[in-house]
Design a binder for this molecule. Structure first.
Ligand code: ADP
Length: 398
């Protein structure tokens, strides 16, 4: 079975065609600048050259048609006919309180995705457009929605309720949802398998440290707590997002700078995090690391604050689960930055965490990076959200 995985943003569309026989990627690609002048498709068949097509894409519909054309192209394609695609798996950011698992799309599912537009105004409309464009391009093929928020649905009320007047939960479903759920599900599951841990009771912390970043605590793969909230703004310090702050700061800056709450939210989402703390150096950890090495005090402060915040969450989750069996690092920073992994783990000696420098000197592969006598196993565990989406799609449509 060949499964097409789609991740639609407001002006972009990423895809992978995966052969579930051996879970190999047959082709992947990206449509950029959908609805904007200069739309481009970049298609890469496995083991082949990148192939670019520039053609207007007024909407996702034209984008998906171009993906279909590229997949069957006689020179750059990887299948003979679109009929070889058995099903399509879609990343959908917000499932609200409707879905705690992936689901085959029907009219009710589309309505629920629409009902959550308010909760994810940038993502859910684009995700729905992608689904509808695939329905039009491949009539009769099943589409599966895989929700970023599904993992967080197993949190208990004590973890998901904010200490706000209860009426806001009742009226608007204001609660903590958590994001990066597909990655947290995948990595916690792989950690249990790879680490030979008890599938029902293993207490696992996943540090998904990418451009966006979040930590999760799970027992037997079921989420107990996770650091993102109603939106992805809560929790860790990220590339450009502030993570946790005193909410009174919003009012203070709005009053003093004469800006609106919307403008302030834009600052918290796009100009804060390590970008803001480093006084504008970069949101990319490679640039911040380089500046810190050259002695830049702001860059060093940003890295120190970043590591401290992650460590504080791990400490809190150790308490929430009354212990930890394993910690896994994943995503761009977690998979590539051995110094950051070491810096975070340096705070966790009280839990019996000991990093082995030689084992930690690794990138992009499943690996134990703690010493044999470390009380908590620490792993590097690359995430693979596309494969997780494809596996769910296969399970639900086979
Ligand atoms: P997202 O999917 O959230 O956009 P990724 O998981 O791809 O992000 O992570 C991207 C980030 O990973 C980059 O912004 C960069 O900060 C970080 N990164 C990538 N490679 C390295 C590296 N070699 N050293 C440190 N950080 C890295």
């Amino acid at each position: 079975m060949k499964i097409l995985v789609m991740n639609c943003g407001s002006s972009s569309l990423k895809y992978q065609l995966i052969d579930m026989k051996d879970e190999s990627v047959l082709a992947k690609g990206l449509c950029e600048r959908i609805g904007i002048e200069g739309s481009t498709l970049t298609h890469t068949p496995a083991g082949g050259e990148k192939y670019k097509v520039q053609k207007p894409m007024p909407s996702h519909k034209e984008g998906i048609q171009m993906v279909m054309d590229a997949l069957v192209d006689k020179d750059h394609g990887v299948i003979q006919s679109v009929d070889e695609i058995s099903a399509i798996g879609h990343r959908v950011v917000h499932g609200g309180t409707y879905y705690s698992e992936s689901v085959v799309v029907d009219e009710n599912v589309k309505k629920a995705i629409r009902d959550c537009f308010d909760l994810a105004p940038l993502h859910n409309p684009a995700n729905l457009m992608g689904i509808e464009a695939c329905e039009a391009a491949m009539p009769g093929k099943p589409n599966v929605a895989v929700f970023d928020t599904a993992f967080g649905m197993s949190m208990e009320e004590k973890a998901y309720l904010y200490a706000l007047p209860y009426e806001y939960y009742e009226k608007y479903k204001i609660r903590r949802y958590g994001f990066h759920g597909t990655s947290h599900t995948f990595v916690s599951g792989e950690t249990i398998k790879f680490g030979g841990l008890d599938p029902k009771n293993a207490k696992v912390i996943v540090c998904h440290l990418g451009n966006g970043a979040s930590v999760s605590a799970s027992i037997g793969g079921k989420c107990v707590d996770t650091s993102m909230g109603l939106t992805p703004l809560e929790g860790l310090i990220m590339g450009t997002r502030s993570g946790d702050i005193d909410p009174a700061i919003v009012q203070f800056i709005c009053n003093h700078e004469k800006i609106s709450v919307d403008e302030m939210l834009n600052i918290l989402n796009k100009k804060s995090g390590v970008l803001g703390m480093s006084n504008g150096i970069s949101s990319d950890f490679r640039d911040i690391d380089e500046a810190a090495e050259k002695g830049d005090a702001h860059a060093r402060a940003a890295l120190d604050a970043y590591a401290l915040r992650v460590a504080k969450y791990v400490g809190a989750y150790a308490a929430a689960m009354n212990g930890i069996d394993a910690i896994s690092f994943t995503a761009g920073v977690g998979e590539n930055d051995k110094n950051m992994r070491k810096k975070i783990c340096a705070y966790l000696g009280f839990l019996g965490v000991k990093i082995d420098d030689e084992r930690n000197n690794v990138r992009g592969e499943n690996r134990l990076i703690s010493t044999d006598d470390s009380k908590v196993k620490v792993f590097l565990m690359p995430t693979n959200e596309e494969l997780a989406i494809a596996r769910d799609t296969l399970r639900l449509t086979q």
